[in-house]
Design a protein around this ligand. Structure first.
Ligand code: ZN
Ligand code: ZN
Ligand code: ZN
Length: 374
């Protein structure tokens, strides 16, 4: 078994739950309420497979042991999760009220952070049974809960990045001219799986004018000679995400295409070189944006510079104006400036970067030059 396949242990999950409870207390909260989703998976290793209209609720408090309330029919699955050894599991039955079952786990006038993805139905149920409790979202109060990765998580993200890079090195060998975007997207998905991804989440192939729409996925357009093509792809490997973008040209680029690509490349490089512990996340955005603005394309850089990545592709920390929190060693995020010339073409270059003790380290290292494809 290679290092990235070694599963997380009960002790790992115990430490994560303890840290989360402490972080909630430090934030002045009585605890943290977690419903199914990436936070629950990260904290306990448990991901219910069933539709979650039935309440599943992890309650973390600094002054009590972790408690997990589950529907009784889900109990065997919950008990088989690696983190189950570090929680007390209680259950409720169909035909009884799950919110009444949950209230003994809460302080009657407590203030809690609750998962962003908690169903409104569940939050409303808790509020109805415990009317003096108060809630805010995890992203509002504890945004950096999962942001600093431990060495085992970093190894997974690095492996996912290497697989995405291997995918890029192969995709530039496939034919582009005369094929549809969806054909190239299918090649990307096949390659990501071949290089070890268990899940493919997105395969953006934005050719010509479609490249000017940052979230265009892939469509029926036939790729033509002279097109710039934005390739942005990723998924999950060993449970952790990859996400990389390169822009290629089908045949010879124009002088303008080269210039725009050079500007984006310089912005990406300058922002990468700015990464070090303690700088505000927004500073990474400002550095990239300054390069693009000074080159005259400020209005064409229409999104934030980056997003955190881990068990999900988009998560805190966000490299965006207004995010004043400092970067910390072990944080992982994208640096992905772009320029989008509406109706014509787009350019984006994206690497995943981790903060080290003395700077930044890339998890993607394919060539930043403008690759010519056929
Ligand atoms: Zn995106
Ligand atoms: Zn991307
Ligand atoms: Zn991204």
């Amino acid at each position: 078994m290679d290092a990235v396949s070694v599963p997380f242990t009960t002790d790992d999950y115990r430490a994560r739950m303890k840290g989360a409870a402490q972080a909630a207390a430090a934030e002045g909260l009585d605890g943290l309420l977690v419903t199914p989703g990436p936070d629950l998976l990260w904290l306990t290793g448990y991901q219910p497979t069933a539709i979650t209209e039935r309440l599943t609720l992890l309650v973390l408090r600094e002054d009590a042991e972790p408690q997990l309330l589950v529907p009784i029919l889900e109990r065997p699955d919950a008990e088989s999760a690696a983190g189950a050894g570090a929680v007390t599991i209680t259950d409720w039955r169909d035909g009884t009220d799950p919110y009444t079952a949950a209230t003994p786990l809460l302080r009657s006038d407590g203030e809690y952070a609750i998962s962003d993805s908690a169903w409104a139905m569940h939050l409303l149920g808790l509020q109805a049974r415990a009317p003096k409790t108060r809630y805010s979202s995890v992203t509002e109060r504890l945004p950096m809960l999962r942001a600093v990765k431990d060495p085992a998580e970093l190894a997974r993200l690095e492996a996912a990045g290497a697989a995405a890079d291997a995918t890029f090195r192969e995709i530039v060998k496939v034919p582009f001219v005369g094929r549809k975007e969806t054909d190239v997207a299918a090649d990307l998905a096949r390659l990501l799986r071949e290089f070890g991804h268990e899940q493919v989440d997105f395969t953006v192939v934005g050719s010509g004018p479609n490249g000017a729409n940052p979230h265009h996925e892939a469509g029926d357009r036939t790729i033509l000679a002279g097109d710039m093509v934005v390739l942005d792809f990723g998924g999950l490997m060993h449970g952790y995400g990859s996400d990389t973008t390169r822009t290629v040209c089908v045949g010879e680029p124009t002088a303008e295409m080269r210039e725009v690509h050079d500007v984006v490349r310089a912005a990406q490089q300058t922002a990468f070189e700015a990464v070090r512990p303690g700088i505000a996340c927004q500073e990474v955005d400002r550095v990239a944006r300054r390069v693009i603005t000074e080159a005259g394309y400020g209005d064409e850089f229409i999104h934030r510079t980056g997003h955190g990545i881990g068990m999900t592709t988009h998560e805190p920390p966000y490299m965006v104006e207004g995010e004043w929190r400092p970067t910390v060693p072990g944080m992982c995020f994208s640096i992905e400036p772009g320029i989008y010339l509406a109706g014509r073409f787009g350019v984006r270059i994206e690497d995943i970067v981790t903060v080290t003790e003395d700077g930044g380290r890339r998890f993607n290292d394919t060539d930043h030059g403008l690759t010519i494809v056929e």
